[in-house]
Design a protein around this ligand. Structure first.
Ligand code: MCN
Ligand code: CUM
Length: 796
């Protein structure tokens, strides 16, 4: 007699199943792009520009061609003859593949050498002689719009200046009216500096064009293989069915592996020309200097307040420095990503945002590094503003947030910028966090310590963030609607394979998608193999970024499992010789309603699909589901940090950090905790040690691991995680919300708020990240705000 299965025992939802992928990773058996060796493979290296802005007068490659073992030297001029010197970006701009007219940032790709091995290729790059004529350099938005500023993008028609866009959203007049009626207006200006995701594995590709079959196979480090296939089809003018993109194991993405990089394009062209596989593997400094920068945005905000603490309106202006090419990967409708998701957790009647984007002589940057399209900046700004507003009012930080939160019974809630948030228990999460940090006691200790000259501080960050683009009505990338899909094949033995168009880079999809199948069908998770990343076998999907995998691809996995269950029900009816209406389901088993002992397992249904199907039924047990989410998911988080600042040195230490995350139903609690720990570690690093910037000549300062610090276990503080608040997502098939980025998004403001709180009474309102000891010391000593970059005010 068959029985229902125990969900946790079979590794279903809620099971902290160990990550199956780690089996190969920790044994050194992963298969990364650089592990792949193809017969006859050649190696490519890139020559990068030493200057940030210069006209190219000539490029002499003759000495490079003379080096034995060199097969090809590519320059922009040669790319241009094939219409490949420029490529489209994901934000409807163009980006140079190899420079022709000018170089526009330090590290820009100027030429490539393809040789027998990477060392020969590197030597040959050094033998290329480029004659540059230096041009004036622009390194921030203020310089970009100054009178007489050199036009960086003189390659573009209709681009008389360095402004990419002027964009606005919200209600300008309504906001003006609310400000006119305010008792108090709180203001803050800050700079969210450039940062870099810096995954352990750099970017790379192996292009393999086979003249006999006309098929191009590219192994590459990409978070979104199907988008890359579309881009290659467009750029290389090859038919889609002749392009196969394979994304093998990825050693961390964090957004760095979303964009299309010139190295990919050059390796593809080289393989087509040479008819041999061509491998390009970026080195660390190449990765740090030229790829996937994030942030670099100047923020100016005002909050209109009523005396009792109610927020009446918010006004924001952003100046974003995009570097030389506008290559953000983001939904095309929004110029500054989802910046306008700021303040979504708060009940604010009216708001207005203006955003200006400008070019500069920096590598393209903007959207990557654990953010759902600029929400990292949005939430940082929001929580810094909230702290400043409460301080200006003289109100308690917890109390001020609580009175302005969207209430539990006010969902669905339309934000002033038009988003629809649908669920949450914000005040409850905050209460859990305040209790965990022992709030009242800490405030007492803080006051006592102050009397003895010790600077203690407490920082709170609370936020809801939009994760899981689409829906397809509002979200597209280059016109391709944002949805996802999953394919599930159940073999006759009841074992299964599930494929999605997402691409895990360390998040654990191979573990968690199997758990969703287990939850829906009662097939043990260990009987389900998960495969992603090959465009020839995976169903179409928009890839993994913006924590969209669980909200979209994960939902598709649940939906395709339900399709399988519907067919299995028909098979069960046939096997049990009753009509379908008389069949009930419990996990792993169908049974006859009137005779619960009479049942068949899902595995018995599977074999019947191949060996004993009813007359007229299509054999087999597989299906594909496309999932277009009705809305984004809105997880909520509370991060609270206590710190002690040493006034003599400006060094600050974390005393305690607590995190309360409500991401709805947790598929795998252990993986969710891993995501939160990782995100908090990155937040800690961004707030106090990751420093990468540009000098006045556009030299990238900090493009090495002596300056750009990666946090290790040694300096990373301990984190106390809380999971007791669970608000299921109302529209997601299993109630899950995204979690991949929450801690990196909401975390930084908690650290900065804590340090600023420690300095309360000194008049210091802001220190820009990273809060390096010298900046903190300067702020304390001279009682002034410290910015690492010249502030850019929109009114001067
Ligand atoms: N999960 C869960 N229950 C939930 C939500 C998520 O068990 N309620 C699980 C998921 O099934 C998945 C993981 O947590 O295994 C993350 O899920 P999700 O929030 O859907 O995020 P994505 O899978 O789309 O991952 C993207 C996100 C982004 S955008 C960046 S950047 C980032 C991040 O994930 N890059 C990472 N986390 C990373 N973690 C690692 N190790 N490496 C990266 O490159
Ligand atoms: Cu913006 S980093 Mo993640 O979305 O790949």
């Amino acid at each position: 007699m068959s029985q229902a299965v125990d969900e946790i025992k079979i590794g279903g939802i809620g099971a902290s199943r160990k990550r199956v992928e780690d089996n190969r990773f920790i044994r050194g058996k992963g298969n990364y792009t650089d592990d792949i060796v193809l017969p006859g493979m050649l190696h490519m290296e890139i020559l990068r520009s030493p200057l940030a802005h210069a006209r190219i007068k000539s490029i002499d490659t003759s000495k490079a061609w003379d080096i034995p073992g060199v097969h090809l030297v590519l320059t922009g001029e040669m790319m241009a003859t094939r219409n490949l010197a420029w490529m489209p970006t994901l934000s409807y701009d163009t980006q140079a593949v190899l420079a022709t007219d000018k170089v526009r940032f330090q590290g820009q790709e100027v030429a490539c050498v393809i040789a027998d091995d990477p060392y020969i290729a590197k030597d040959a790059c050094e033998a290329i002689i480029v004659d540059y004529e230096p041009l004036p350099v622009i390194v921030n938005p203020k310089q970009a719009v100054a009178d007489g500023a050199p036009v960086i993008r003189d390659d573009k028609e209709n681009q008389p200046d360095n402004v990419i866009y002027d964009w606005e959203v919200g209600d300008r007049e309504g906001t003006d009216r609310a400000f006119a009626a305010a008792d108090l207006v709180s203001k803050l200006e800050l700079h969210y500096p450039r940062s870099h995701p810096s995954p352990i594995e750099c970017c790379g590709s192996i292009a393999d064009f086979n003249r006999a079959t006309s098929k191009l196979t590219v192994y590459m480090t990409t978070q979104a293989p199907h988008i890359i296939r579309a881009a290659v089809a467009m750029v290389a003018e090859l038919p889609e069915h002749m392009i196969r993109i394979i994304s093998p194991d990825i050693g961390g993405g964090f957004g760095n592996k979303v964009p299309v990089y010139p190295g990919y394009v050059c390796s593809i062209l080289a393989s087509i020309l040479l008819e041999r596989p061509v491998k390009w593997i970026e080195d660390k400094s190449g990765n740090l200097i030229s790829t996937g920068f994030a942030r670099d945005i100047y923020l100016k905000g005002e909050v209109a307040l009523r005396r009792d603490g109610k927020i009446l309106a918010v006004r924001m202006h952003t100046d974003a420095d995009h570097g030389a090419f506008f290559s953000d990967a983001q939904p095309s409708k929004f110029k500054i990503g989802l910046m306008h998701s700021a303040f979504a957790a708060y009940d604010i009647p009216v708001a207005h945002l203006t955003a200006r984007g400008t070019y500069s002589n920096k590598a393209p940057g903007g959207v990557a590094y654990r953010c759902s399209f600029r929400v990292t900046e949005a939430m940082f700004f929001q929580e810094r503003m909230i702290q400043a507003a409460a301080d200006d009012l003289g109100m308690d930080q917890g109390e001020f947030r609580r009175m302005n939160f969207v209430a539990d019974d006010a969902f669905p809630h339309r934000t002033p910028f038009g988003f629809l948030t649908d669920s949450g228990q914000y005040a409850k999460c905050l209460d859990v966090g305040l209790k965990a940090i022992d709030y009242e006691n800490f405030r007492r200790e803080q006051a006592e310590a102050r009397g003895r000259g010790r600077l203690l501080g407490l920082g709170i960050s609370t936020m809801t963030e939009p994760l899981g683009a689409g829906n397809s009505r509002e979200y597209d990338i280059l016109g391709i609607k944002m949805f996802d899909s999953a394919e599930l094949k159940v073999h006759m033995t009841g074992k299964a394979i599930v494929r999605t168009g997402a691409r895990t880079q360390g998040q654990g999809h191979e573990t968690t998608w199997a758990q969703i199948v287990a939850h829906e069908l009662g097939i043990p998770a260990e009987d389900v193999v998960v495969e992603e990343g090959d465009t020839d076998t995976a169903p179409f999907g928009m890839g993994t970024y913006a924590s969209r995998s669980t909200p979209v691809a994960g939902a598709a996995v649940a939906m395709v499992s339900r399709k399988i269950r519907a067919k299995a029900r028909k098979l069960a009816a046939h096997l049990l010789e009753v009509s379908e209406e008389d069949i009930e389901w419990e996990l792993g088993r169908f049974y006859v309603r009137s005779a619960p002992d009479r049942g068949v397992t899902i595995q018995e249904c599977a074999i019947a699909a191949y060996a004993n199907m009813p007359d007229g039924m299509e054999p087999g047990l597989d299906a594909t589901a496309y999932y277009d989410p009705p809305n984004l998911t809105w997880p909520f988080a509370v991060y609270i940090v206590t710190v002690e600042v040493d006034p003599e040195t400006g060094v600050w230490d974390v005393l305690k950090m607590v995190a309360v995350d409500d991401c709805g139903v947790r598929i795998n609690p252990m993986i969710v905790e891993g995501q939160i720990m990782g995100g908090l570690t990155e937040a800690y690093a961004m707030s106090n040690m990751q420093f990468i910037t540009f000098d006045a000549d556009g030299n990238c300062v900090g493009a090495n691991y002596m300056d750009y610090l990666l946090p290790t276990a040694w300096e990373t503080p301990g984190f106390e995680l809380h999971s007791e608040v669970v608000t299921p997502c109302p529209h997601h098939p299993i109630g899950a919300k995204g979690i991949g980025e929450c801690a990196a998004v909401g975390g930084p403001a908690a650290f900065v708020n804590a340090v600023i709180d420690a300095l309360s009474g000194t008049g210091v309102r802001n220190i820009d990240m990273p809060l390096l000891p010298d900046r903190v010391w300067e702020a304390i000593t001279y009682r002034r705000d410290v910015s690492g970059a010249p502030p850019v005010r929109s009114d001067d």
